[in-house]
Design a protein around this ligand. Structure first.
Ligand SMILES: Nc1ncnc2c1ncn2[C@@H]1O[C@H](COP(=O)(O)OP(=O)(O)OP(=O)(O)O)[C@@H](O)[C@H]1O
Length: 709
């Protein structure tokens, strides 16, 4: 008897299943069950689907009454992709094949064709085929009460849906939620196999029973099937000799692995008799990421979520200060700028008049922005205690070299700045993190965690990391994910410099397959980052998805920009079978973002600007965000726009050249992060009338520039 393979499914198949009437459902479930025992092609019943094999997709189909089940398999699993009603007129190529039983030679020929297949399909041709050819596309069958009930479409929408006759009317119908639109669309018009291929693969651990429970509404979600490479990193043993770090380019699944790692840690801890009730801390960079991680963890852990705390490092730092009765308010931006101006104006230098003049000039050349960065992310965050220490330090990550005299000038300003800040009774975020990391040692009653998982660590300051390390009961229970090239706030530092426990030697792994973006988007973003990268960027070596090349378009006016965005979103949504809720515009600042959201609304598109602290990704319509607040998130369709004012990037032209280069590199990394949020379609809109260093360097090998201008 052959061993049962693991059952995997694509979301499209789940949608198909919902539409099945009861009798057919049982017939299909029997076939699916049978496939997990024996998926090998056999006679006319289970055959390779020739058209897709020639494109390199090893798809098979199985006859099941009035339906066909489309699936792939290997030694370990069977993955069910979709279910289609048999309709001889629609599937002529299948009918041809079906009548001809394949000989072993023909099958070998298909194997060869699949092996030789081009890696990148002709997306222009595929998309052209997906676009509606006529003005209206009628539904192939009427919408009925019975159908809506089977599809689990909420009763409140029925009256609105019953009179609809065309696809366009469905998308134009007000007051429907996106899930309803997509569910009906998917039922009426079959989704192209190329798009189903790009869907994540889910695990039905309980086999067909899980599918039946889903149909009954008892099971709401399925877990993602991780790759063997990812799986391995979720299982790093509890008793490893040191902390673990997982690196990897954007979209390689670092956050996903971190979340699954928690599940595995929890299972291990619960098995260990010595741990009463395990406590695990998961931290990530922003509140928006905290929210989305909590939702995923809830799905992953169910009731065991009670053992996990999800927070930003800053929330924890604040909590520590409250517990230590040492809380201070955070200084606002305006006061901070005034304090720095005052410190620079009042600072007294030592040495000869010539030396004093040289120090003053050094400060002027540096500019206040640079000085502020030096104080915040270097002197305060790295807890430099004396001028001597500062003079001897390697300033890792800072391009602009400072000689002894210049360092002394900065140090004197820093001393005055500290006094002025202290006089306000308030503090900066950097100071708060440092104080919390120190105070935690004086709080033995503050509960430590059995394990700490830190996501997006590249942007955490050393003090925040140190605090998190101290909160973990043992260094080998630390798990960190990071990608230096996505660092958009701080500059790089060495982990061991932060804390002796952060020694990752022998415990650093690199994820190499990108699951989020198409190969075309990821490669285009990499080519753009060539200037600005902090680490070599040739990490990613395998892509799961492919699609058309991303576009760069130049515009002259705001109106032109809005028309371009509107056209891009409409085309992309049509081709990818999505609604506008899957689209995002990423802008350099809140001002530009609000304006674009407003202009899109005037054009009749639902669009909302969302600030970093006010993200609601479930909200229908186009999301408009700043480049920075999109960190860690993802959207199927992304446009980067809002540069017409010519105000970005903000680079102080008075600053020394090295420093300007450093600022530009940071801005380019921010753009890179924004580009890599796109899953399937990406457009960058640049101003036509002025050159901008941030918006140059689009190589035509990777970017579609044909329509630039
Ligand atoms: N094995 C997998 N199969 C299918 N999808 C996956 C797999 N692993 C990750 N994904 C999906 O890929 C996307 C990117 O994953 P994730 O956010 O974990 O990547 P990341 O490396 O943390 O990205 P970034 O650093 O760019 O924020 C998510 O939608 C995730 O669900």
């Amino acid at each position: 008897m052959t061993a049962q393979r693991q059952l995997l499914i694509k979301p499209t198949f789940l949608q198909n299943m919902l539409a099945l009437p009861g009798k057919e459902l049982h017939q299909i479930m029997e076939k699916v069950n049978m496939l997990t025992g024996d998926p090998e092609p056999a006679g006319k019943v289970k055959v390779p689907f020739q058209r897709y094999w020639q494109q390199g997709i090893r798809l098979y189909r199985l006859r099941a009454g009035h339906y066909r089940v489309f699936y792939t398999f290997d030694k370990q699993y069977v993955a069910i992709w979709t279910l289609r009603r048999r309709d001889e007129s629609t599937y002529e190529d299948e009918v041809d094949l079906e009548d001809d039983e394949l000989t072993p030679e023909e099958l070998a020929g298909l194997e060869q064709a699949a092996a030789n297949a081009r890696q990148r399909p002709d997306w222009d041709a595929i998309i052209a085929k997906m676009q509606p050819k006529e003005e209206t596309t009628p539904f192939p069958e009427p919408i009925t009460e019975e159908l809506l009930t089977r599809l689990r479409i909420p009763k409140i929408y029925h009256a609105r849906l019953l009179p609809l006759k065309t696809r366009e009317a469905l998308y134009d119908c007000h007051g429907l939620d996106d899930e309803t639109i997509l569910r009906l669309d998917e039922y009426m018009f079959e989704k192209p196999i190329e798009l189903i291929q790009q869907e994540p693969t889910l695990q039905a651990l309980g086999g067909v029973d899980d599918l039946l429970r889903y149909k009954e509404g008892e099971l709401l979600d399925f877990l993602l099937k991780l790759s063997p490479e990812q799986e391995q990193y979720t299982r790093w043993p509890l008793h490893a000799s040191g902390p673990t770090m997982v690196k990897g380019g954007p979209g390689t699944g670092k956050s996903t692995v971190a979340l699954y790692r928690i599940r595995s840690l929890l299972q291990q801890l619960l098995q260990e008799k010595s741990t009463a009730a395990p406590r695990i801390l998961f931290t990530t960079y922003t509140n928006a990421l905290v929210k989305s991680s909590m939702q995923l963890l809830q799905q992953l852990l169910g009731d065991s979520m009670r053992y996990v705390r999800v927070q930003t490092a800053d929330t924890i730092a604040t909590d520590v200060l409250h517990k230590a009765h040492a809380y201070k308010d955070i200084l606002d931006e305006k006061t901070l700028q005034e304090i720095l101006h005052k410190a620079v104006a009042e600072v007294r230098f030592e040495g000869s008049p010539l030396q004093q003049r040289a120090q003053r000039q050094a400060l002027i050349r540096m500019g206040n922005d640079y000085l502020r960065q030096e104080i915040d992310t270097f002197l305060v965050a790295r807890e430099v205690e004396s001028l001597l220490e500062y003079q001897c330090m390697a300033r890792t990550g800072r391009k602009y070299r400072l000689n002894g005299l210049q360092r002394e000038a900065v140090w004197r300003v820093y001393e005055r700045w500290k006094e002025l800040v202290e006089a306000t009774g308030q503090e900066t975020w950097q100071q708060r993190r440092v104080r919390a990391a120190r105070l935690i040692d004086s709080l033995p009653s503050y509960r430590r965690y059995d394990a700490v998982v830190i996501d997006e660590a590249q942007d955490l300051e050393p003090a925040a990391l140190r605090l998190l390390v101290k909160l973990c009961k043992a260094p080998n229970r630390l798990f960190i994910t990071a990608d230096a090239n996505q660092s958009i706030y701080g500059s790089s530092f060495s982990w061991k410099e932060v804390h002796q426990d952060l020694n990752f030697q022998g415990h650093t792994n690199i994820l190499k397959a990108n699951y989020r973006s198409t190969q075309e988007i990821d490669e285009a973003a990499h080519s753009y980052l060539t200037y600005g990268a902090l680490e070599p960027i040739e990490y990613t070596t395998h892509y799961v998805n492919s699609g058309p090349m991303p576009d760069v378009r130049a515009v002259l006016t705001a109106n032109h920009e809005i028309q371009l965005l509107k056209d891009f979103f409409t085309r992309a949504c049509n081709a990818l079978r999505l609604t506008h809720s899957s689209c995002a515009v990423l802008c350099p600042s809140e001002g530009e973002g609000r304006q674009i959201a407003n202009d899109l609304r005037v054009e009749g598109l639902e669009a909302t600007f969302m600030s970093g602290s006010d993200l609601n990704l479930k909200r229908p319509g186009i999301k408009v965000l700043t480049l920075k607040s999109a960190k860690g998130l993802e959207f199927p369709v992304v446009a980067i726009a809002g540069f017409l004012s010519g105000r970005y990037p903000v680079i102080d032209e008075q600053a020394p050249e090295d420093e300007q280069a450093e600022m530009l590199a940071r801005e380019r990394r921010t753009m890179y992060v924004a580009m890599t949020r796109a899953m399937r379609a990406l457009l960058v809109v640049v101003p036509a009338q002025h050159e901008n260093e941030l918006l140059t360097g689009f190589d035509s090998t990777y970017w579609n520039l044909s329509s630039k201008q």
